[in-house]
Structures are given as C-alpha cells and as structure tokens.
Design a protein around this ligand. Structure first.
Ligand code: NDP
Length: 473
C-alpha cells in the first residue's frame, strides 16, 4: 500500500514528526541518508503505526500516494538543497516538497520559485517545539501555495498542538512566509529569554537572593499574566542543584550563551526592513557579549558599582511589571516586523492568526498570545500593539515599576539592556517631538540631504556654507 505522506531525514526532529504522523493514523513513508536511522525507527517504534521504509529516495518517492507529499527534515543549509534537487527530479507536477527545517526565508523564496517552474509545490514550513513538540504536537507555520495547503493543511492541523481545540497550524502565506514567521518566533524567543535572564540577574544581585528562592518567585509569576512555558521552565532550571558539587546548576554552567543563528537572521531582516526590533537585537548582542571571555577578563577590573543585597522585597513586583512591559514591547516589535515583511513581499499575513498558532506547541507559548489575537481581532490594521487599549493600559500600569527597575539596575551596576531598550523604545514612540529634526538638520548641513518642514509641503535645503537662506530643494 502507498503511504499518505513521507518524511526524509530521521534525526531527532524527523523521527518524532514521523511518529506523530503514524500515531495519527497516517501511513508514513520514511527515509534517511544513512539507512541505519530508518531501520532503527522501524525497529523501535514500528508498533506505533504504519511506516513504509525505503533505502533510497527513488523508492521513497515511489512509495507515496499521488499527489505526493514529502517532508524534508535534514540539517538546514547545503544538505537541504541537495535533498530538494534529488526529490524534485523524482517527482511529478502537482507533487509537494515540504521543508520543515530551519531554512532562511530567502532560501525558501528561491527554492519555491525554482520548484514552481517545474510544476511542483514547495512548502517552506516553520516547525517549533523542539523534540517534544515534534512528537506530541508542534506549532506549524507553513508557507507555499493555497493548493498545497489544501492537500497538507488537514494533516498538519491534525498533528499540531491544540489550544482550546484550535490547531496551532495555519496557512501563513505564499513562498517564504512560513519560514519568516518561524524566524520571528525564534527572535521573540531570544528576547523573552533575555528579559527572564535580566530579571533573575537583577533580583539575585539586588536582593542577594539564591537561585532556589528565585525559582519560587518565577513559579508565582507563572500563575499570573506572565504565565508561559519559558517562565515555567525557568523555575525548574533555577532550582536545579548540581549533583557533583551541590551548587546551584546555574553557577556551574559556563556563562557564554550560544546561538544557531535565527535570532541574528531576525535582526538582519529587521535592519533591511527598517523596523526597530531593539528587544530582539539586544538579546542577540547580549549573547554575543557573553561569548567574548577574553574581553570580559580584560574588563573585569574596570570600575563601577557592585552593590549587592541593597534592595527591599518590593523590587520583586517591580521586576515582574518591568518584565511584562518589556515583553509587550518586544512582541509589538516582532509583530511590526511581520507586518513590514508582509507588505514588502506581498504575503498578506493575518497577524492575529500568528498569535493563535503560537499559543501551543512552540517555545514562546503563553496565555499572553490570546491578548495579541484579541488586539488584532479588534483592529486588523493596528499600527502597533502598544496602541491596543489593553496593552496600552498594561504598560501604563507597569511603567512606574519599569522606570524604578531600570534606575535601580543602573545604580547598582547590573546590565539590563532588554528592560532599558524597551523603555527607551516606549518613550521614543510616544514622544510628540523627536530629536530626529536635529539629525535632519545635520544631514542637510554636511550632505545637503534636504529636509521637510512641519508647516509646508516639499523638500528644503538651507545654504549652510553661504548666507544660510532656505530654498526649495
Ligand atoms: P540535524 O539538524 O542534526 O540534521 C541531521 C539530519 O540531516 C540527519 O537525518 C542527516 O542524515 C541529515 N542530513 C544532513 N546532511 C544531509 C545531506 N547532505 N543529505 C541528506 N541528509 C542529510 O537534525 P534535527 O532533527 O535536529 O533537525 C532537523 C531540522 O529541523 C533542521 O533543519 C533543524 O534546524 C530543524 N529544527 C530543529 C529543532 C530542534 O529542536 N532540533 C527545532 C525546530 C527545527 P544522516 O543520518 O545520514 O547523517
């Protein structure tokens, strides 16, 4: 019998995705470059459903029902191109090649265009939730044609996470839209983690609190509006004790954060689109700073306050508020980036739907996303999440705490780039006049770049080197 769908690339993610499909009653064709992984999958989990193993790609493609649906779960990069090319050569018009790896959306756009020329559907799909999500229900963000969604959507919704019965999978938009949205998801994940890390660091230093005490704080926070997967696991990581030394786990781990690149991609794209995603950028840069031990050693003797245990317990609630407000800013920025990309690439993204599919399965899953959904339901053209009455109210309520937190951090010498830049963004956005007018004046002075006036149409230039009179440009 022919398989309903296939998975090639059976490492952690592919294997679990194949098992998820099989558990939902689909006959799954399975293939991996080195056949041993395929054999291992069938040996260990063959009882979970119907697997149709193949030793080579030709047999894999031949084992699929038409139109064929094949998911690629191989290491992102050159390997993906190689596998796509081989699959495309074996497939027929109308067949679907799904890339579930973490591809760059520009690569996905290129691949989609190339396969479309050959009559094939290429579906670049973001999949979030790691190993566990792939098996038990990830958040799935597919791009590609409407036709491909008609053929794949029901299966993807079936195996995705569900929240209140609603699947965390939706057709994101054409070509690279799915991988773009997955990229921004990861960028937001970076900023969420940075804000959590700053909260921990500041409270530990300012209160002289232990990681175990702070685990309890995060556990309490998880009962309220901050309720989310990342806050929940923060409590677990903070209370972990190293078996060998008896020290808190966080004190035996090297403090250099690594990255695989999706956060960096998010910021690079934001720079191209001209969208200030300062929350994500600060998170990427904070990881970069941590990863320079030679500079840190050289700077360790530089002077500054290093006050510990100076603050009262009321700082805890202030930090909670600062975390919430900064998180709202970071999400507002990430959603701005999706809106800008939607315009730039003609994707017609439905932003509220992105919040819906991130409610479950993925790393940034949180109660909070329901509020984002509601904000876009109330106004599809919302210029910024901060303009939504619910979020405006929440940030307003938090802002005294937020300002106290940033002030305290500055005074005792604890870096909080996430909190500080989010507050600067908030203050910048709400400002009625920005010093950008001076910047424009300087640009006109040295480069004759011209400027606009508040009271007249058109561009102007002042003759700075001569009599300083103004002329229409
Ligand atoms: P890896 O990224 O470790 O990739 C290993 C798999 O890729 C193996 O099946 C390997 O085959 C195959 N592969 C590598 N190069 C080639 C090639 N040139 N031709 C054919 N096959 C090749 O696996 P993961 O399961 O961790 O991730 C798969 C994809 O999912 C990646 O793109 C990753 O970015 C993405 N992803 C991963 C998440 C995670 O939590 N790990 C979360 C979300 C997405 P072989 O066994 O023969 O070496």
């Amino acid at each position: 019998d022919l398989a309903d769908i296939g998975v090639t690339g059976l490492a952690t993610m592919g294997r679990n995705l194949a098992r998820n499909l099989a558990r939902h009653g689909y006959a799954v064709a399975v293939h991996n470059r080195s056949h041993s992984r395929t054999q291992q999958l069938v040996r260990e989990f063959g009882g979970e459903g119907t697997f149709v193993p193949s030793e080579d790609l030709a047999a894999f493609v031949a084992s699929l029902k038409r139109p064929r649906r094949a998911i690629i779960m191989v290491k992102a990069g050159a390997g993906t191109d190689a596998v796509i090319d081989q699959l495309a050569d074996l497939m027929e018009p109308g067949d679907m090649v799904v890339d579930g790896g973490n591809a760059h959306f520009e690569d996905t756009r290129r691949r989609e265009a190339a396969l479309r020329e050959r009559g094939l559907h290429f579906v670049g799909t973001g999949i979030s939730g790691g190993e566990e999500g792939a098996l038990n229900g990830p958040s799935i963000m597919p791009g590609g044609s409407k036709e491909s969604w008609e053929a794949l959507g029901p299966i993807l919704q079936d195996i995705s996470a569900k929240v209140d019965g609603v699947p965390c999978a939706v057709h994101v938009g054409p070509d690279g839209a799915g991988h773009f949205v997955k990229m921004v998801h990861n960028g937001i994940e970076y900023s969420d983690m940075q804000l959590i890390a700053e909260s921990y660091d500041l409270l530990r230093q300012a209160l002289g609190a232990s990681p175990a005490e702070l685990a309890q704080v995060f556990r309490e926070w998880n009962q309220g509006e901050l309720n989310s997967y990342l806050i929940e696991i923060t409590a677990e990581v903070l209370e972990q004790v190293d078996a060998e030394t008896g020290k808190p786990f966080v004190d035996v781990v090297v403090d250099q954060a690594e990255q695989k690149g999706t956060g960096r991609w998010t910021v690079q794209s934001a720079l191209d689109l001209g969208v200030p995603v300062t929350g994500i950028a600060e998170a990427v840069f904070a990881r970069a700073l941590s990863g320079h031990p030679e500079q840190r050693a050289a700077a360790a003797s530089l002077e500054g306050p290093a006050l510990s245990g100076t603050e009262g317990r009321e700082l805890i609630e202030d930090v909670r508020q600062a975390l919430y407000a900064s998180k709202i800013v970071a999400y507002a920025q990430g959603f701005d980036q999706m809106a800008a990309a939607s315009k730039e690439y003609g994707w017609d993204l439905e932003l509220g739907a992105m919040a819906t599919i991130w409610r479950g399965g993925c790393i940034i899953r949180a109660k909070f996303l329901d509020r984002i959904r509601a904000a876009y339901d109330a106004n599809r053209e919302l210029p910024t999440l901060l303009a939504d009455p619910t979020f405006a109210g929440a940030v307003n309520l938090a802002q005294d705490s937020w300002r106290r937190v940033v002030t305290t951090a500055v005074r005792i010498g604890v870096p909080t780039p996430g909190f500080s830049s989010a507050l600067a963004y908030y203050d910048g956005l709400r400002r009625d006049r920005l010093p950008a007018s001076l910047v424009q004046g300087l640009r006109d002075y040295f480069g004759a770049h011209t400027y606009h006036r508040v009271d007249k149409e058109g561009a102007f230039h002042t003759d700075w080197s001569a009599d300083r009179t103004e002329h229409p440009a």
